[in-house]
Design a protein around this ligand. Structure first.
Ligand code: DGT
Ligand code: CA
Ligand code: CA
Ligand code: ZN
Length: 578
């Protein structure tokens, strides 16, 4: 099974461990490589088999040193300097850094002073008021840590969709190769593209269930087999998630797919409709008395219940059944509908690839255009651009546009200050094709202040879009406090697009907020926020959120081709979408 996720985790950990020792530059290098491995579609082991060490070096953000460590890992299952670092600092790095306000320096200090190794140790020390006695820490940090520990607890035991989907895809590939297997589907929350996944659910059609069950339970990445019957089995994967498998005959596959796709609440409503019509609905089929009247495919089940068929992303029991009864479901944006990527970062700031490499890869992925939106100067740690650097970059892009087969838009991800001001002059903003503005600091302002801050940024006539509007990071950081209706009203009034950020760590705006914003007439863009060529493939996660938010193609502005998109950008903001 794919080694990418496992390696990414090790490199993220090495980045933190090196940062704790205050080693310069190296942490960023490991972090970049980790990000790009996470996003890589192909298994590093396959790349290595085919092209050896030089193939590894072609992975964005992977230089000679990191390539050698990957080789080490593929050959021996571990990386010696990772083991050495862990020995020097035997702490739960990923657990502790997930706590807000706890960075590498804090972890080192906490370990040295209080022997804190785990989140549990940290919680105990915070509750006992021991942290405030350490220089520069204080009561406020203690409170912040306890709040964050609680937040983590409520999210425990689930994996992000971004981690789970590649695992699911590689298992599907494996199951498809077993002889006698006629179809394989991933059901459950993953098929609904929910942002976090409790466990994986696989359904297989085969007349030889034993063969499939044996193969599934003996996959190399299975840590433990928790159940094994003839047609039903469950395993715990080493990646830290459980997976269920059911092997079915073709005549009940549709019924099982419907049932195990859920959601549970959606199923409960469906069953009520079945009962009202005098039927019985379960995972084996739709029955009238003893006779099965549907079950081979999902569509016929919805049809026989008098419902319009609906994509899995809508099945959350939040109005989709009522809409389906009236045949009024929205025609959702498709996964192939987005034509350009409007948020990408390059080596000009904190990305791993050049403008040219990003453009080439976007072109290879079939995009018509890409906007280069490097960070701006107040994000000093990213070497953010000032006005002069932006002008230099515009000139460079003008040159590239003459030869590349994809339209490159100039742009920036402008930083929004505490009071809503921007850190680049209006004059230079006016020269850029596409300006996104976003919040990267002061996450704890009151709802009133935060709302006013965002609205002030949207009032700027040059700000085309707000990037990752709530700044939440899935399972790590909550959304900033906002009066969402006020924000959405202002976005519609000013003609400011809101981003559906596709990065699987963010998914911001998320489904429910997208749906709400749409009611105010807000228009959206879906971007990857890629910091390397590998991450340009993340678009599908954002499209899924938009689908879960009931969006049609017309709601998403970057479904337009390059010329039409450019034309939109040329109009004054308030005239764009009226
Ligand atoms: P997860 O795994 O927590 O991310 O969420 P799901 O939706 O994948 O839930 P899971 O794995 O427990 O079950 C898969 C599907 O099976 C679920 O979406 C709907 C169906 N299901 C499970 N339990 C029930 C139930 O008690 N009643 C009904 N009607 N359906 C159920
Ligand atoms: Ca599940
Ligand atoms: Ca399950
Ligand atoms: Zn960045």
């Amino acid at each position: 099974m794919m080694k990418n996720g496992e390696l990414a985790k090790i490199f993220f950990e090495m980045a933190e461990l090196l940062a704790m020792k205050e080693v310069p530059f190296k942490p960023r290098a490991f972090e970049k490589a980790a990000h790009s491995l996470e996003a890589l579609g192909e298994d590093v082991a396959d790349i290595y088999k085919r092209e050896g060490l030089s193939g590894l070096k072609k992975i964005p953000g992977v230089g000679a040193g990191i390539a050698e460590r990957i080789e080490e890992f593929l050959k021996h299952g571990k990386i010696p300097d990772h083991a050495r670092l862990k020995k020097q600092m035997p702490v739960d790095v990923s657990g502790l850094t997930a706590i807000e306000g706890v960075g590498p320096k804090t972890i080192r200090l906490l370990y040295k002073r209080l022997k804190i190794k785990t989140v549990k140790d940290l919680e105990r020390a915070a509750k006992a008021g021991k942290l405030r006695r350490i220089p520069r820490m204080g009561v406020k940090l203690e409170e912040k840590i306890l709040k964050s520990v609680e937040f983590q607890r409520t999210h425990a035991g689930r994996m992000t969709l971004g981690e789970a989907l590649p695992i699911s895809r590689s298992i599907i590939e494996r199951l498809k190769k077993i002889s006698g297997v006629r179809a394989v589907e991933s059901a459950g929350s993953l098929r609904r593209w929910q942002e976090t996944i409790g466990d994986l659910d696989f359904l297989v059609i085969s007349s030889e269930p034993e063969r499939v069950t044996d193969a599934f339970t003996s996959m190399p990445d299975v840590a433990a087999v928790t159940a094994k019957g003839e047609t039903k089995s469950s395993v715990r994967l080493r990646a830290g998630i459980n997976a269920d498998l059911r092997v079915l005959p073709p005549e009940s596959f549709g019924a099982a797919l419907q049932y195990f796709t859920g959601s549970k609440d959606h199923n409960v409503e469906l069953r009520k409709i079945a009962i009202a019509k005098g039927y019985k609905l379960n995972e084996y089929g739709l029955f009238k008395g003893e006779r099965r009247i549907a079950g081979t495919n999902e569509e016929e089940i919805y049809e026989k219940l008098g419902l319009e068929r609906m994509p899995p992303e809508l099945r959350t029991n939040s109005g989709e059944i009522e809409a389906a009864e009236k045949h009024r479901l929205p025609k959702l944006i498709d996964y192939g509908d987005v034509r350009g990527d409007c948020q990408t970062q390059t080596i000009w700031t904190d990305g791993a690839n050049s403008i040219e490499e990003m453009a080439e890869e976007a072109k290879r992925l079939g995009r018509d255009y890409i906007a280069i939106t490097d960070h701006t100067k107040s994000l000093a740690m990213t070497h953010g651009s000032d006005e002069a650097k932006l002008r230099k970059q515009m000139a460079e892009i003008a040159k590239l546009n003459k030869k590349s087969g994809i339209r490159i838009f100039t742009g920036a991800e402008v930083n929004i200050a505490k009071d809503g001001a921007l850190d680049i002059s209006d004059e230079v903003l006016g020269e850029l094709d596409f300006v996104g503005a976003s919040v990267h600091s002061h996450f704890n302002l009151s709802e009133k202040e935060q709302t006013a801050r965002l609205i002030r940024a949207m009032e700027n006539p040059h700000v085309d879009a707000i990037f990752h509007p709530t700044t939440r990071v899935i399972q790590k950081r909550d959304a900033i406090a906002l009066d969402f209706d006020e924000v959405f009203r202002a976005a519609a009034r000013t003609g400011t697009m809101l981003e559906a950020n596709a990065h699987p760590w963010r998914l911001d705006l998320k489904d429910g907020l997208i749906r709400r914003a749409k009611e105010f007439g807000v228009k959206f863009i879906i971007d990857t926020d890629a910091h390397s060529t590998a991450e340009l493939s993340y678009l599908e996660y954002g499209i899924a959120q938009a689908r879960r938010g009931w969006c049609a193609k017309k709601d998403i502005v970057n479904t337009l081709g390059a010329a039409d998109f450019a034309e939109v950008l040329e109009k004054p903001k308030t005239k764009r979408f009226t």
